[in-house]
Design a protein around this ligand. Structure first.
Ligand code: F6R
Length: 352
């Protein structure tokens, strides 16, 4: 595979996933400005719930991570048909589905509406937008026509914008601006037309191995999960993720696996540049005690000062790495026929 040959790249990536990945910074800037119609009246929620699955659900995980020590109320990401028991009239609920047709999200949204929660919908259309219009719920309508996982910014940033404008949290405008600048720089650095892209080098090493992605802190958890998801959907390969410090209480022992198994694993540790020293010490000891048996170990460091840049910077590196791995494996990064087939078969079955 010659990554500097543009026509070969186009042949292997006919739907242009590379361009969509590289557009993440522009999409963040655009998503920050998307209007919510009708506007959300002033609210003082006692909890914030983000409903969504897969590429649309990761936005809720990112929201939870960003607001963990910023919000004065609990922030919960729900990936279920069921709304949680605590959800009620004082909840603020974001129902996020790119297509607007994901049955789990639609079912949980129906329950949230039925319990009188304040609901905001984030979608490009489908049944979700129709239901929001019928109910008079505020909606952020995002641009159509990209695979949901490539619309990450559209499904995540509007929640921060809406919460900021409604006075529920501080404004993240400065954070968004910093993240956009840093993501643009990363996109340039990792591009196939730069002589040696670190993401390409990592992808080359990952061939024939199982990527195991560890976040050095719970804050970076959604980034580790996104790496896994992108290896699954773009590169069509298996991957696993976990996080420090929890993994020190179980998974670290599992590295006592057979040598032949350990030699199939490539550990990728996502490090937060603001991670507490105690977590850095844990990573260092664990590398010594367990990861020495891996086929390879790499570290990816977050960039920037603000929480958005620190979360989205490793995500950009992961998205690019999954794209390189797809092309090295000779698979088209865009289609996800297994997900489509599963949804089709479910639609043919009667819901019980
Ligand atoms: C496809 C993808 C999937 C979808 C998921 C939910 O690119 O990433 O994980 O995001 O099946 O569908 P939506 O996002 O339309 O609610």
């Amino acid at each position: 595979m010659n990554f500097s040959d543009a026509s070969q790249v186009r042949r292997r990536d006919p739907s242009g996933m590379l361009d969509l990945i590289r557009r993440l910074p522009d999409m963040c800037a655009e998503a920050w400005r998307l209007p919510v119609e009708p506007p959300l009246p002033a609210v003082r929620p006692t909890n914030i719930v983000a409903l969504g699955m897969g590429g649309s659900g990761i936005g809720g995980d990112l929201l939870r991570a960003v607001l963990y020590d910023d919000a004065s109320v609990p922030v919960v990401a729900v990936k279920d048909y069921r709304a949680p028991g605590f959800l009620g009239p004082t909840s603020l609920v974001f129902a996020c589905s790119y297509s607007g047709n994901t049955e789990e999200t639609l079912a949980a949204y129906d329950q949230a509406a039925g319990r009188g929660a304040t609901c905001v919908v984030v979608t490009s259309g489908g049944d979700l937008l129709r239901a929001a219009r019928d109910r008079g719920h505020p909606a952020v309508v995002v641009p159509q026509g990209v695979p949901p996982r490539a619309a990450l910014a559209y499904l995540f940033i509007p929640m921060l914008a809406v919460l900021g404008r409604a006075g529920v949290i501080r404004s993240f405008e400065t954070d968004v601006r910093e993240a956009v600048a840093i993501l643009k720089e990363i996109a340039r650095r990792l591009s196939p037309d730069t002589a040696s892209s670190p993401a390409r080098r990592l992808a080359e090493q990952l061939q024939g191995r199982i990527p195991v992605i560890y976040s050095s802190s719970p804050f970076l958890e959604p980034a580790a999960q996104r790496w896994k998801d992108q290896f699954n959907e773009n590169a069509k390969t298996f991957a696993v993720w976990n996080t420090f410090p929890e993994l020190n209480h179980n998974e670290t022992v599992g590295w006592g696996m057979d040598e032949t198994l350990a030699r199939t694993i490539h550990a990728i540790i996502l490090r937060d540049r603001a991670e507490p020293t105690r977590l850095a010490q844990r990573v260092s000891i664990t590398k010594d005690l367990a990861f020495q048996r891996a086929a390879g170990v790499d570290e990816i460091k977050s960039e920037g000062e603000g929480k958005l840049a620190r979360l989205l910077s490793p995500i950009m590196v992961g998205d690019m790495t999954s794209w390189y791995l797809a092309l090295l494996r000779g698979v088209d990064p865009t289609p996800v026929p297994v997900i489509e087939e599963l949804k089709k078969r479910l639609a043919e079955m009667e819901a019980v």
